[in-house]
Design a protein around this ligand. Structure first.
Ligand code: PEP
Ligand code: MN
Length: 348
């Protein structure tokens, strides 16, 4: 449930409510809006009584949250969540572009692609150092050496780094290098990983599990939020259906359906959604038109030689063309491309 404080509630009154919630064994998440403070209550609420709270000083009313996910719901937090990663903005008015190779393969490969996507207008660099491959015989990523290359690419381009973490044990290492932790589709319901990422203090890009419903996905996000990590973005990356012409099926409906249900920024990954570079631009444009807050796109300067996902990777010049199209569609629906001119500055 949510306790809506009166507009003139004093800080001490808010604190008294929070302490009472905690004494009863539940957790209070305070959200201070422009007009009033809302206290979201999660956890074990069996020992809480609405009557007790409604009588407390500064309390206006109590509203139940109908959704199984609480902190992720728009009911709890009507305003969109917006957070900055270096100079990139996740959520809010602008459209944010994350681009780069599927895997970090070598210094020259990563730096060449990083410079190219920055020139094209990307706001953040993606690249996997630990790769969740379907086959144990496929390239598994460069590991820590790949993370070091990502840090070098960040220093050279100023772009913040988005990179995948696959297990709680890996998390301290990956978090030392990453600006945003990617939790991949296969790990969306790895609850130990979600809890560790929630405690890491790092922003998280949470991809949708290949057969996850929106409720399951938002409950996975709830694990991150419940640990106090409010810097969470969601990424639709295609789901498993009976259609075989593409690697996955882009659930474009998920974009407006999520915007309706949650305040978290929503990204679309047209690369894994389609599995074919020929379709990436079309689905990216569809995602922007549907209201996605950003795109994450795989780019490779020599896709035919890529160690993973070459068939769905755009060459840099095609990515540049896509940025221009995305910019035009974003303008039509009244949102700018987020700060292309400041994206080149080194993050603090
Ligand atoms: C990736 O981003 O390279 C990746 C493995 O994505 P997903 O988890 O969506 O398959
Ligand atoms: Mn990939």
């Amino acid at each position: 449930m949510m306790i809506i404080m009166r507009a003139d509630a004093r800080p001490q009154e808010i604190e008294t409510v929070v302490q009472c919630v905690q004494r009863r064994g539940a957790q209070a998440h305070v959200s201070s809006g422009a007009e009033r403070t809302v206290i979201g209550i999660v956890g074990d609420t069996r020992r809480l009584s609405q009557d007790e709270f409604i009588r407390m000083e500064g309390v206006d009313r109590i509203v139940p949250i109908s959704k199984p996910y609480k902190l992720a719901s728009r009911e709890f937090h009507p305003q969109d969540t917006v957070f900055r990663v270096g100079d990139a903005v996740f959520g809010g008015a602008g459209l944010t572009l994350i681009a780069g190779p599927c895997s970090v393969e070598s210094r020259s490969q990563l730096l060449e692609i990083a410079h190219a996507v920055r020139e094209a207008g990307a706001h953040a660099l993606r690249g996997g150092a630990f790769k969740p491959r379907t086959s144990p015989y496929s390239f598994q990523g460069l590991g820590e050496a790949g993370l070091e290359l990502l840090a070098e690419a960040r220093a050279a381009t100023g772009l913040p780094i988005v990179t995948e973490v696959m297990s709680p044990e890996q998390l301290p290492l990956v978090a030392r290098y990453a600006d945003v932790l990617q939790i991949g589709a296969r790990n969306m319901q790895n609850y130990a990983l979600l809890q560790a990422a929630g405690r890491s203090g790092k922003p998280v890009l949470l991809k949708r599990g290949p057969s996850a419903t929106l409720d399951e996905w938002l409950l996975a996000a709830e694990y991150l939020l419940a640990e106090g990590n409010l810097q969470v973005a969601l990424c639709e990356r295609g789901i498993r259906t009976f259609a075989t012409a593409t690697r996955n099926t882009t659930d474009i409906n998920a974009v407006p359906a999520l915007k309706d249900r949650t305040h978290l920024p929503v990204f679309l990954d047209p690369s894994h959604s389609t599995g074919r570079w020929e379709y990436v631009a079309a689905i990216a444009r569809a995602g922007v038109a549907a209201g996605a807050d950003g795109l994450i796109v795989e780019v490779h300067h020599r896709p035919q030689e890529a160690l993973s996902d070459g068939g769905q990777s755009l060459k840099p010049e095609r990515f540049a063309a896509l940025v221009s199209e995305a910019r035009q569609i974003a303008a039509v629906i009244g949102r700018p491309l987020a700060q292309p001119e400041t994206a080149h500055v080194r993050p603090a």
